[in-house]
Design a protein around this ligand. Structure first.
Ligand code: AMP
Length: 282
């Protein structure tokens, strides 16, 4: 596994593979890696010849009051995990390698970024799209692998790739969870053991929502209210950014369940913001 810090290094590491016509898979990450990231890399290794993973904590996608400075950085561990999972090249640029000081061009869209996390993280998806666009240009992968834990992000990237004509297959990968159901997240490291227990409210809420839909409930308000109740039962101090019942394609809220439905949650427990979601078929 090669570790490169610069665009020139990346180009050099990939050149022999491109010459031989090997397919390139790409897994962008912000480091602090866990089994969820490893699953994306392993999937990429199964589906493509050469796997590039990036490790870059992207300042552009953090709000001014968010955790950019404190975001966990565990690079030595990350490299061990990436090697075991089957990465061939790790691209870990410094901020200055990614952004010129006077960079002024960003990538954004209007519709998919508006619901769910949109109002709570202004500019977040613009930062994500801009960095992923730049990484796509630099890696030029055949396929890129994203986790469904960040459902809105996957939708935004799918549409960006389509609208801007990147010939890159965007692969959705299932959410990897702890045995008790908690979605793996780098931010779980912020939770105390008590908060870790409270976080299971998100899992309970999604289970409850799924059960209600399967039992025939069609009113979204009822489902959203029940999900809130489940969260607050385990974590009375939680601040719920949203407990949404939405269309899995447009991400817009639905009033009545008609087909496949996205249940999506964003909850603050203490200072830690957790998200999770499930797509349910009636
Ligand atoms: P991050 O480094 O957390 O920004 O995430 C990098 C990639 O890993 C994104 O595509 C995430 O959706 C994905 N990811 C994060 N957590 C999980 C998880 N628990 N299961 C599957 N994919 C995940």
């Amino acid at each position: 596994m090669k570790v490169v810090r610069t665009v020139a290094g990346l180009r050099k590491a990939l050149a022999p593979h491109r010459r031989r016509g090997r397919s390139i898979g790409f897994v962008p990450t912000m480091g602090a890696l866990h089994a969820g990231h490893a699953a994306l890399v392993a999937r990429a290794a199964r589906e493509t010849d050469v796997v590039v993973a990036s490790v870059f904590v992207n300042p552009l996608q953090f709000g001014p009051k968010e955790d950019f400075a404190g975001y966990p950085r565990t690079f030595a561990r990350d490299l061990r995990l990436l090697r075991r999972a089957g990465a061939d090249v790790v691209f870990a640029p410094a901020v200055a390698e990614m952004y010129r000081p006077d960079a002024d061009t960003t990538v954004d869209q209007t519709r998919l970024v508006r619901p769910l996390c949109g109002p709570f993280r202004p500019g977040h998806f613009r930062g994500v799209q801009t960095v992923v666009a730049k990484l796509f240009n630099r890696v030029q992968p055949d396929a890129a692998f994203f986790g469904l834990k960040d459902y809105q992000q996957v939708r935004v990237i799918e549409r960006m790739a389509r609208d801007l004509d990147w010939p890159i297959r965007i692969v959705r990968c299932p959410t990897v969870r702890e045995p008790d159901g908690l979605a793996l997240s780098s931010r779980n490291a912020y939770l105390s053991s008590d908060q870790r227990r409270q976080a299971l409210g998100l899992v309970a809420a999604l289970r409850r929502g799924r059960k209600m839909i399967r039992a025939g409930e069609r009113r979204a308000v009822r489902i959203a209210a029940a999900m809130r109740t489940e969260i607050l039962a385990r974590s009375p101090g939680a601040r719920i950014d949203y407990a949404a019942v939405a269309d899995p394609v447009t991400l817009e809220p639905v009033k009545r369940i008609r087909g496949r439905t996205l249940l999506a949650l964003a909850v603050r427990i203490g200072k830690t913001r957790l998200i999770d979601n499930a797509v349910v078929s009636p």
